[in-house]
Design a protein around this ligand. Structure first.
Ligand SMILES: C[S@@+](CC[C@H](N)C(=O)[O-])C[C@H]1O[C@@H](n2cnc3c(N)ncnc32)[C@H](O)[C@@H]1O
Length: 300
């Protein structure tokens, strides 16, 4: 199978993941992937523009695909899957299908859940509209679930690569070097190591990342070429977090539901190799705009 385009670090394929799994290219990737990072189509109640399965069928379909992809992983490789929330049709109640799917991926595929994350988007617009904006009986739904799995309980990971800047309060404590150490009512003991500077704070598993500022190259490319911008892009900062945390320079990152190729763009920026699969030609053509090879004329 020929790639739709290549860059210095990556290969993009315009095909369904089901077809790619049957290809020689897939065979060649077995045991070579450090991280599968993906945001599959969400289990919505009615199919969206980019097409998706609904209900129980969704769960079986996604489990089957992830099961086929397991062979791509290196022994210390990881799988990170982001799935948004879903609501029941016509009533103000939430579907548990996203969570059931995430649990089933663990149990059916015999994977370890290394950690669960929440991606909270503080700038998310209020919704679902009927219940949040019109009837005012629910609050806005602003987060998605991200589960990190592996074949081993100890895949490669290094949280030193994802430190966040210290808060002003912590900076002050570090310069003052005095803090009320000892046991807290909860039983937690604050020891002397608390005041050691570690170049940054260890981030929490709730990732507060706004998805509003997007790369202007992608937006301008789509506008100039008349391509529809992908409606469900992952913020680059979110992909950066997992690529930096779970891989090293030169590692290989694979996205089976690539969309606008945020994963490839971020991997390339961070010196990682990447493979991207996307079934829609429209989105593949749009995704080229993320790479200098194609977009440099926009900057002139
Ligand atoms: C939620 S979007 C991914 C967005 C992506 N993370 C980004 O940042 O742009 C899911 C994508 O999967 C694609 N897709 C759906 N079914 C697919 C399949 N069977 N094989 C490959 N791609 C598929 C859709 O066209 C859609 O672009």
């Amino acid at each position: 199978m020929k790639p739709a385009y290549t860059t210095a670090m990556g290969q993009a394929f315009n095909t369904s993941i089901e077809n790619f799994i049957k290809s020689e290219n897939f065979e060649a990737l077995k045991g070579k992937v450090d991280l599968i990072l993906t945001s599959p189509p969400y289990p919505l109640l009615s199919p969206k523009a980019y097409g998706n399965k609904v209900g129980e069928e969704y769960k079986d379909w996604l489990c089957e695909i992830i099961e086929s992809l397991k062979v791509l992983l290196k022994p210390k490789g990881s799988i990170v899957i982001e799935i948004g929330n879903a609501w029941d049709r016509g009533v103000p109640t939430m579907s548990t299908l996203p969570l059931e799917t995430l649990i089933e991926i663990k149990t059916k595929l015999n994977l370890h859940v290394c950690q669960q994350f929440i991606w909270n988007n503080p700038n998310k617009l209020p919704g679902p509209a009927s219940w949040v904006n019109i009837k005012r009986i629910r609050v806005k739904d602003s987060y998605t679930h991200i589960w990190w799995y592996s074949n081993t309980p100890e895949p490669y990971a290094n949280n030193r690569n994802v430190l966040s800047p210290y808060s002003d309060r912590m900076k002050e404590l570090l310069s003052r070097q005095s803090y009320n150490q000892g046991a807290r009512p909860s039983g937690h003991v604050v020891g002397p190591g608390f005041l050691k500077s570690n170049q940054g704070a260890i981030p929490s598993s709730v990732l507060n990342i706004s998805n509003t500022p997007e790369t202007s190259e992608y937006r301008e490319w789509c506008k100039a070429k008349g391509h529809t911008r992908h409606p469900a892009r992952m913020p680059e900062k979110l992909a950066e977090f997992f690529v930096s945390f779970l891989t090293k320079k030169g590692s290989l990152v694979f996205d089976p539901f690539g969309g606008s190729n945020t994963t490839g763009r971020v991997s390339e920026n961070l010196g990682r190799r990447w493979v991207y699969i996307e079934q829609s030609l429209e989105y593949v053509e749009g995704s080229k705009g993320r790479f200098e090879k194609f977009n440099k004329w926009l900057k002139k």
